[in-house]
Design a protein around this ligand. Structure first.
Ligand SMILES: Nc1nc2c(ncn2[C@@H]2O[C@H](COP(=O)(O)OP(=O)(O)OP(=O)(O)O)[C@@H](O)[C@H]2O)c(=O)[nH]1
Ligand SMILES: [Mg+2]
Length: 429
């Protein structure tokens, strides 16, 4: 993270993590401690050392200070002993909460969203990812500009600046206007990139090669599986958000039809909405796919909650009812009896160990089956007056039989179900 910008600090930045233990209804299945475990990994990924954790129980978050004034004062006392650089809250703080907390606790107060944005900024490689992250960062910062100020000179395009607040007063109004202008520019540039992507996607569609997208919680093993199936060299790492860009490779399985396999960005619970919005066009890859592989780290204690999170984000993206194959990964770390139980509960799921190349054949077979299931065999008589559909059928489907009859061309064709529907209604007219 930018905390360790060379020359600025000679030691690793340190952070205290703070979470709230709320009644179950607030907490989509995660306890405060479990969620803090995840935050600790995020903070570690961002490059800071965690020096402690504090959990406060409350019936609901405090509007003014999130954890309550008393607890905030306790943390300030703790800071005087431990001298950490940051206090990081395991939730998105409102701008007011953040300001109030910084008045009580004499160090930088950050939240989970800021950490995730920071990691995204560090990880972004392509131009599109960089623009998307910057847009999300500015959207996060805009309502949080205070008299304390953020150094704008470091902002434009520089990586990982959420943690990096400059000293001194800045002219707030000027800053706000500059941020808004910059956001407008970013949106325009992203629109251009999106138009280009859409054109590429349209070409891909026309080629009729099905698209299979890897989706799932961060660190589930999507990239490892991409490497194993497609022989790609995408980065796979024991880190959160190793992947930010969609990478597509063609897979030619030993049996069955070739397909395009897309590796995508992972999800996490409480994924900042600015990021979902900013990454919409990258996430569109998932929306445009013919089949989703929902990769699950079967060895993770919170796998059920992780699956629920992924399903929620997919719904938000409008991909909730896509044909989906659940892939339980890392089964080398799962007790066989437990795995049996898991597979029993999720009919159609496939168990693999991507890193060990275990059961990839089984997965390939399941992918082929799922791809076939999207298709149907249709018999149609295409009148000569509508003969352009004969060429269409050859282009989009697999023609199994064809015969020129008196009334028109008879075809027996295997087609994607939606395309079969289009042909049927065209011929009915
Ligand atoms: N034990 C075990 N580890 C695995 C397996 N598959 C992947 N891993 C490890 O899990 C970690 C995460 O793998 P990635 O492939 O980077 O995960 P990802 O889903 O692409 O993660 P993000 O890109 O961060 O969303 C890496 O350290 C992998 O080596 C597996 O089958 N067994
Ligand atoms: Mg990845």
């Amino acid at each position: 993270m930018t905390m360790n910008e060379t020359g600025v600090r000679d030691r690793q930045a340190t952070a205290l993590l703070v979470g709230l233990e709320l009644p179950a209804t607030y907490r989509d299945g995660w306890s405060a401690a479990e969620s803090l475990d995840e935050l600790a990994r995020l903070v570690d990924t961002a490059g800071a050392a965690v020096v402690g954790r504090e959990v406060q129980s409350r019936p609901s978050p405090d509007v003014a200070t999130y954890i309550g004034r008393g607890k905030a004062e306790e943390i300030e006392l703790l800071r005087r002993q431990l001298e950490f650089d940051f206090v990081i809250f395991d939730d998105e703080l409102t701008p007011v909460q953040q300001r109030n907390l910084e008045k009580i606790i004499d160090c930088q107060v950050l939240d989970r969203t800021a950490v995730i944005l920071d990691i995204f900024a560090l990880r972004a490689r392509t131009r599109e990812a960089k623009l998307q992250v910057e847009l999300a960062q500015l959207g996060y910062r805009l309502p949080r500009l205070t008299g304390k100020g953020i150094e704008l000179s470091r902002q434009a395009g520089s990586a990982g600046t959420v943690f990096n607040r400059g000293p001194g007063e800045t002219k707030l109004e000027v800053d706000r206007r500059r941020i808004r202008d910059r956001m407008a520019t970013l949106k325009r540039e992203l629109e251009e990139i999106k138009a280009h992507r859409d054109r590429m996607r349209a070409d891909r569609r026309a080629s009729a090669v099905p698209v299979v997208a890897l989706t799932g919680y961060t660190n589930a093993g999507k990239s490892t599986l991409h490497r194993a199936l497609a022989g790609s060299d995408v980065l796979a790492e024991d880190r959160l958000f190793a992947t930010l860009d969609a990478t597509t490779r063609r897979v030619e399985p030993a049996e069955g039809e070739p397909y395009l396999l897309v590796d995508t960005v992972g999800f996490i619970h409480n994924l900042p909405h600015q990021l979902v919005a900013a990454f919409r066009s990258t996430l569109e890859e998932v929306n445009q796919a013919d089949l989703l592989l929902h990769v699950v780290d079967a060895s993770h204690p919170k796998r059920a909650e992780q699956m629920a999170t992924v399903n929620r984000v997919l719904e938000e993206l409008g991909a909730g009812d896509k044909p989906t194959l659940v892939v339980y990964n890392k089964v080398d770390r799962v007790d066989p009896a437990e795995l049996d139980h898991l597979l029993h509960r999720t009919p159609g799921a496939v168990a693999v160990a991507a890193a060990l190349g275990q059961n990839l054949d089984g997965l390939q077979a399941a992918i082929q089956q799922a791809l076939r299931d999207r298709r149907e065999v249709l018999e149609a008589l295409i009148p000569y007056a509508q003969s352009s559909w004969v060429a269409w059928v050859h282009e989009r489907g697999r023609v199994l039989a064809e015969e020129h009859r008196e009334e028109g061309t008879y075809v027996k064709v295997e087609l994607e179900k939606s395309l079969a529907g289009r042909l049927r209604s065209a011929l009915e007219k």
